[in-house]
Design a binder for this molecule. Structure first.
Ligand code: IMP
Ligand code: MG
Length: 182
């Protein structure tokens, strides 16, 4: 995707849905919740690139109990294939997760298909526990039975950009979350 001008780029930013201040406040709260859940036990925060990289960066700094950080990358093939085995892990964790309480730090749960496959995979590796913390949830769009343990914001069925989320790889660096204007 290419933009001819900054005006064209900005023209696709419809309205701010969640402000920087709202995000900051919610992330602080989520960090304190993690502190209270896992007092001192080995914690691994895991995100699936790229969407959750900003949320991971802020949430990890809102956590004050000892924790490690891990990243994975996945590719989904839901269009061309059916049922399971349709998520390819293109970058895996380097840690053996069997000794950790794992918290998946996700940007947004939409249909839930990608994350549900990743959860199945991680559960097979026998973590001490597994929880999902998602920045946003679009429950109207869900196609599989998947619930986050904690969602910072529930949003309607709109395409959103910013704070890690992209449209054609752009807008990830917006410091707020906005609705995308076609
Ligand atoms: P799903 O839950 O398997 O359908 O896929 C979720 C992934 O799709 C998220 O992790 C995002 O990377 C991406 N996604 C879903 N909804 C949006 C959106 O509104 N804006 C940007 N990316 C989105
Ligand atoms: Mg994602």
């Amino acid at each position: 995707m290419r933009f001819k001008s900054k005006d064209e780029f900005n023209g696709h930013i419809k309205n701010v849905l969640i402000t920087q201040a709202e995000i900051r406040e919610a992330v602080e709260k989520a960090g304190k919740l993690i502190d209270s859940f896992y007092d001192g036990s080995p914690i691994l925060l895991v995100s699936i690139l790229k969407g959750a990289f900003v949320f991971m960066s802020d949430l990890s700094r809102a956590v004050s109990v000892p924790c490690e950080i891990g990243f994975m990358a996945a590719k989904s093939y839901f269009e061309s294939m059916q049922s399971s085995g349709n998520v390819e892990i293109t970058m895996d964790l380097t840690q053996d997760i069997s000794g950790y309480h794992v918290i998946i730090v996700e940007d947004i749960i939409d249909t839930g298909r990608t994350l549900s496959e990743v959860v199945k995979l991680l559960k097979k590796r026998s973590p001490l526990s597994l929880r999902i913390f998602t920045l946003m949830d679009k429950p109207e769009r869900r196609l599989v039975d998947l619930k986050a343990d904690y969602s910072l914001f529930t949003i309607p069925d709109r395409f959103v950009i910013g704070y890690g989320l992209d449209y054609g790889e752009y807008y990830r660096n917006l410091p707020y979350i906005a609705e995308f204007e076609e």
